[in-house]
Design a protein around this ligand. Structure first.
Ligand code: MOS
Length: 730
């Protein structure tokens, strides 16, 4: 049985676009419930130590104060449950210990936001300070590896390096970056008896539900988390952060709904960040341009206050055809706030080092950097030896070089100019490991000819509402206007985070299964019914068309779903579908691939870098909506420009200091050049929908392509991000 419409792939506008541009999409920060009080967090001003005394009496007598929560009146919470991506952060306010700057130490709840802010300023805290551990080189601390990120070893990289014709051994650094969605993270928590209702900025309603149920010892069924619209998140909403538990506790103690909105400065220490990394790359190659050895060791800070892992070096094991490879990811526990995943986590940082090192190796070999990548293309998954489920990387290179005009590049550094400006061309490989988690969805077809899909996943702006609408419309043979997709409610079927670029495949496959079962149930009703023109038909003799079923050979024999329901006296028919990650026993589950080509202008007097144009060619499997896919890629590239040139969370003695959008600089329109995006490749056979996750891919490779272009322009190899003008000048 096949669906005949061609709705998938069509570049339709976001189905929720009108709601968003008219300001009527209810983001968590917009939620107001009756009788809500306002919570304000007080955070530690010291980096490590112990609260000796916390004086709240003046604040308690301040106008409008409802209650004040400190470690003294907080119950002990059980440790958060294991999540699919590691254990949850520690519960809040469990004792007087301070492990990092910006740790929540108190929460004031008052009638108004202003009263809560005023009272919070009246709390005085004295600390016994201790010497914090802040250096990655601290000799007393052993770097740890995470159980989910084992060293990857094939061959003998050390020996192959020793005997290589050409060797590179360099250290690269990436800066700490902070997710900066424009929407501040917000939560409204309300208890109705033993039931907890929460509106929360999260990428994971079911995770919030289960974490809060565990924290308060109630049944998960008694927690409802609603997040129909998230706003940006970029990974900041992948975990259940301590302020979420605090808001729910506040509502319990205050005996009324509580709204808590993080401030911009609090967003820098409360929701994770991309930790900085120090990466040593050793590359060996033969004179004829074959990579013979790669060793990639990455070190990053981890907090004393929780668990997290980040695959910085890990992606290198599947990057190139190379017989001798070792990757090691190491973390060092410091007195910093807990890092977390941020857009193409690990891969963004790791690809900067690897793709810079490949460019450097190409220069050592006097070989075109694109040609070096081609020669060492991994035609099969290099670590497992299994065939890729799909891989159009070579085509990305070819199409990208053509569209960019790579062959017009003169290889020598400082050889291209535009007036007094130095011009550089750089490129890099882009890739993201495949990720998929189990997911469930409901499909309902109604007697009025409409259909709906429901799943507890969220749409953080990636276009999930729209592509799932298109998918269901195509599967059910309905116009997109007759399909409604409901997301962002933990009362809907269980779904993973919108994260790891894995939701489109996970949810898409679940929707596929649910729609298939609805169709089979419809067919069953019709086939057994002598009154139906489809009497006696089977799945092999019909197709789905116009919201119904028709015989392949005699299309006049058809019936709409509405007619089938009507005759059977049914209002609607619902089926649940589930999806699981694909088996990788015999085939490597390919993530998306791409090639990034960048032209920069560098002012030799001022050291300023301007990205003049970007050509990005992407293998994203089946593209479900070309307009939205392009906008995902553009977003990733803009993120990459920020990472390369601008973004850096600067801390002094453990205290982040540039915690505002005025001081933490991200690209604005004037920084964003012409971005040419094209798609190659075709459906990936590992998923029914054929799509690969493209939400984060485009951030990978961008920083390296820019750094490589800056080297080409200036002859200066900068191995530390961001590529600020002081580094160009120095
Ligand atoms: Mo992304 S860091 O998986 O939101």
């Amino acid at each position: 049985m096949r669906a005949s419409a061609q709705i998938l792939g069509a570049p339709i506008a976001r189905v929720e676009g009108r709601l968003k541009v008219t300001g009527s999409a209810p983001y968590p920060i917009d939620v107001a419930v009756s009788d809500q009080a306002y919570a304000v967090l007080v955070q530690s001003t010291v980096v490590r130590g112990r609260i000796r005394a916390i004086a709240t009496d003046t604040a308690e007598r301040a106008p409008g104060v409802v209650t004040i929560v400190t470690h003294a009146n907080t119950p002990s919470f059980p440790l958060g449950p294991m999540t699919p991506l590691g254990p949850s952060p520690l519960p809040p306010l469990q004792n007087a210990d301070v492990l990092h700057y910006g740790q929540h130490v108190a929460m004031v709840i008052a009638e108004t936001l202003e009263q809560a802010q005023a009272a919070a300023s009246l709390i005085t805290i004295t600390y016994d300070q201790a010497e914090p551990t802040l250096s990655l080189d601290e000799p007393s601390i052993a770097p740890e590896s995470h159980p989910w990120l084992p060293d990857q070893i094939r061959g003998d990289a050390a020996e192959a390096l020793a005997s290589a014709d050409v060797r590179l051994d360099e250290t690269y650094m990436t800066a700490e970056n902070t997710h900066n969605p424009i929407g501040l993270f917000a939560i409204v928590a309300e208890w109705r008896g033993d039931t907890l209702i929460v509106h929360d900025t999260t990428q994971w309603p079911h995770g919030v539900k289960e974490t809060l149920a565990g924290a308060f010892g109630i049944e998960p069924a008694n927690v409802r988390v609603q997040t129909p619209y998230v706003g940006g998140a970029f990974g900041a909403g992948l975990r259940v952060w301590p302020h979420v538990t605090l808001a729910a506790l506040g509502a319990k103690l205050a005996r009324r709904p509580v709204k808590l909105v993080l401030t911009r400065a609090q967003m820098f220490t409360s929701l994770g960040h991309r930790p900085m990394s120090v990466q040593r790359l050793r590359v060996g190659a033969s004179r004829d341009g074959r990579l013979t050895a790669i060793e990639h060791e990455a070190r990053s800070p981890l907090s004393i206050a929780g668990e997290f892992f980040n695959p910085v070096a890990a992606g290198t094991a599947e990057a190139y055809s190379c017989a001798h490879v070792t990757t090691r990811d190491r973390q060092i526990r410091l007195n910093v706030s807990l890092p977390s995943w941020m857009r193409a986590p690990g891969h963004a940082e790791g690809s900067f080092a690897l793709e810079s090192a490949i460019d450097e190796t190409a220069y050592l070999l006097d070989l075109d950097p694109l040609e070096l990548r081609r020669r060492n293309h991994a035609a099969v998954h290099p670590h497992s030896g299994h065939p890729w489920s799909s891989n159009a990387l070579l085509e990305c290179y070819t199409v990208g070089a053509e569209r960019f005009g790579w062959h017009g590049r003169t290889p020598a550094p400082r050889s291209m100019r535009d007036g007094r400006l130095l011009v550089g061309y750089g490129m890099a490989r882009a890739a993201l490991s495949a990720y998929q988690a189990p997911c469930e969805a409901l499909a309902t077809v109604r007697r009025d000819g409409s259909a709906s899909i429901r799943s507890g996943a969220t749409d953080i702006g990636a276009g999930t509402y729209t592509v799932i609408t298109q998918l269901a419309a195509e599967l059910l043979g309905l116009p997109v206007t007759r399909v409604h997709v409901g997301l962002g409610d933990s009362d809907m079927p269980k779904a993973p985070q919108q994260g790891g670029s894995g939701l489109t495949a996970a949810l898409g496959n679940a929707v596929h299964a649910a729609c298939r079962d609805v169709i089979h149930a419809m067919l069953d009703l019709a086939s057994k019914d002598e009154r139906s023109p489809l009497h006696g038909c089977t799945v092999h003799t019909v197709e789905i068309r116009n919201g119904g079923i028709q015989r392949l050979r005699t299309p006049a024999d058809n019936e709409s779903f509405a007619e089938i329901l009507d005759r059977n006296g049914l209002e609607e028919l619902t089926r649940e579908g589930a999806s699981e990650p694909p088996s990788t026993a015999t085939m490597a589950h390919a993530g998306p691939f791409g090639a990034q080509f960048v032209e920069v202008d560098v002012d030799p007097d001022l050291g300023t870098i301007r990205v003049e144009r970007v050509v990005s060619v992407i293998d994203g499997g089946r593209i479900l909506n070309e307009k939205l896919a392009r906008s995902q890629i553009i977003g990733g590239i803009v993120g990459g420009i920020g990472m390369a040139l601008l973004e850096e969370t600067v801390s002094i003695n453990g205290r982040p200091i540039n915690t505002s959008l005025g001081d933490y600089v991200i690209p604005v329109n004037a920084d964003v050049p012409d971005i040419d995006v094209s798609f190659v490749g075709g459906p990936d056979p590992m998923t029914e929908v054929g799509a690969k996750g493209i939400g984060e891919l485009a951030l990978t490779g961008v920083a390296a392509a820019i750094a490589n272009a800056v080297f080409h322009a200036t002859g200066k190899r900068i191995r530390t991000l961001p590529l600020s003008l002081d580094k160009v000048m120095d």
